[in-house]
Write a protein that binds this ligand. Structure first.
Ligand code: MRU
Length: 356
C-alpha cells in the first residue's frame, strides 16, 4: 500500500540485506532500516520494529537467510531458529514460518542452501500478499451485503493494527476495507487507540490516512457506547493465533470489544490467513500470552511542539503494573472467520470445511 503516494511493502530483500520499515518510529518518522544479521532480525521482532503476526513470520524467514549469509553452518542455523521462535511467543506465524523454512532446508547441501532459503522466504512473503488480497475480496462480500441495506457510510470498528503494516501488504482486517473503498463503497473506520503501544492510533490511523480512508481514533473504552448508539455496523479484527475450535487470540482488549458487540448485535468478524491457525492445541489456556515490559504502560512517546520525539512517564514510579499483550475471544462471540479460502463459522467444523 502507499505512503506519500509511493507503494511499499513492509519487508524486502535487497543487496544481501533485509529492509524493513521501522514501525517504532511511525507515524512521526518514516525510516527504512537494514537488517544485516540474525541478531538484527531477532532484535527487530523483540523491540517491535516489525510486528503483526504475518510480518513477524516473514521477518523470521528472512532472519534465517541472514543467519546462513553470516555463517553457513547447520548448528548455527538451528540455534538461530530456536532464538527466533523464542523472540515473541504468542503469534503462531513466527513458529509456522521457522518450521516451514527448516523443513525446506533439511538435508540441503551447503552450496545450495542460501538460494533455497531465500526463495522460500520470498515465497512466504508472496503467499501472504496473495492470501491477504483474497481475505479482502472475501470480506468485501460482507461489506457489500451491509451496503445493500444501509445507503449511508458504513462504520467499521477495528482494534490494534491488523493493517498492511502488520502483514506484507493489504493487511488482514483492513483488506476488506481497502477493497470496499476501491469499489466506491463509503466506509469510515473507528480506530481503537490500543494502549499501551497505541498501534491503532500510531499505525492503523496512519495507514488509512495514507490511503484516503476516513477514520477516527477513539479510546479503547469508547467502542461500547458507540455500539449502543448504533454507530458501529461491524467490527473486523486480526488475530495472532486462532485455535482449531475457533477461539481467537489477539491484541489485549479484543475480548472486551467482542463482548460489547455481542450485547449490541453488532457482527464481529476476525480476518486471518491460514498461517495463523494453530491446529496443535485445543485449549486456549495453553497459548503462551506475552507479558511485556511495564515501561510500555508507565511511559508514553510522542512529539513535542518542535516535532522532536519525547518519552514521558505518566504515573508514579512506585506503582506496579501488569502488561499482558494479548487476550482470547471465545469462538461463541465471533460471527465469522474471514480467510483466504472464504468465510466460515468460528468452529472446528467451519475451519475444517475450508482447510481439509
Ligand atoms: O503486538 P502486535 O502489534 O504485534 O500485535 C498485533 C496484533 O495483535 C494484530 O491484530 C495481529 O497480529 C493480526 S495482524 C494481521
Amino acid at each position: 500500500m502507499r505512503i506519500e503516494n509511493k507503494a511499499y511493502r513492509t519487508i524486502w530483500f535487497e543487496d544481501n540485506l533485509v529492509k524493513i520499515i521501522d514501525q517504532t518510529k511511525l507515524p512521526h518518522q518514516f525510516i527504512i532500516k537494514d537488517l544485516k544479521t540474525i541478531k538484527d532480525a531477532i532484535n527487530a521482532i523483540k523491540t517491535m520494529e516489525v510486528r503483526g503476526a504475518p510480518l513477524i513470520g516473514a521477518t523470521a524467514a528472512y532472519g534465517l537467510v541472514l543467519s546462513i549469509i553470516e555463517k553457513n553452518d547447520l548448528s548455527f542455523l538451528k540455534k538461530s531458529s530456536e532464538n527466533l521462535i523464542a523472540s515473541r511467543p504468542t503469534a503462531i506465524n513466527l513458529k509456522w514460518a521457522v518450521d516451514r523454512m527448516m523443513k525446506k532446508l533439511s538435508g540441503v547441501n551447503e552450496k545450495d542452501i542460501l538460494k533455497i532459503a531465500l526463495d522460500e522466504a520470498k515465497a512466504i512473503a508472496e503467499e501472504d500478499v496473495s492470501f491477504c488480497k483474497s481475505i479482502g475480496l472475501n470480506g468485501l462480500k460482507i461489506i457489500e451485503e451491509i451496503s445493500r441495506k444501509k445507503k449511508d457510510t458504513i462504520n467499521i470498528l477495528t482494534h490494534c493494527n491488523a493493517g498492511w503494516l502488520a502483514t506484507i501488504d493489504w493487511g488482514t482486517a483492513t483488506s476488506p476495507i481497502y477493497h470496499a473503498h476501491q469499489k466506491g463503497i463509503k466506509v469510515h473506520v473507528w480506530v481503537d487507540e490500543t494502549r499501551p503501544r497505541n498501534q491503532g492510533a500510531n499505525l492503523t490511523s496512519y495507514e488509512l490516512n495514507e490511503e484516503g480512508i476516513p477514520n477516527t481514533v477513539i479510546t479503547d473504552n469508547a467502542g461500547g457506547i458507540l455500539m449502543q448508539r448504533g454507530e458501529v455496523d461491524m467490527c473486523i479484527v486480526g488475530t495472532d493465533r486462532t485455535l482449531s475450535n475457533g477461539d481467537v487470540c489477539n491484541k489485549i482488549g479484543t475480548y472486551l470489544k467482542a463482548l460489547s458487540a455481542k450485547d449490541n448485535n453488532v457482527p464481529f468478524y476476525v480476518a486471518l490467513p491460514s498461517s495463523t491457525i494453530d491446529w496443535s492445541i485445543k485449549d486456549h489456556k495453553q497459548i503462551p500470552i506475552e507479558e511485556r515490559n511495564s515501561e510500555e504502560l508507565s511511559h508514553v512517546e510522542g512529539v513535542d511542539e518542535n516535532d522532536k520525539i519525547k518519552k514521558v512517564r505518566i504515573y508514579p514510579q512506585k506503582s506496579k503494573s501488569l502488561n499482558l499483550a494479548f487476550d482470547v475471544t471465545p469462538a461463541k462471540l465471533v460471527t465469522g472467520l474471514i480467510t483466504e479460502k472464504g468465510i466460515c463459522e468460528a468452529s472446528e467444523k467451519g475451519l475444517k470445511g475450508l482447510f481439509k
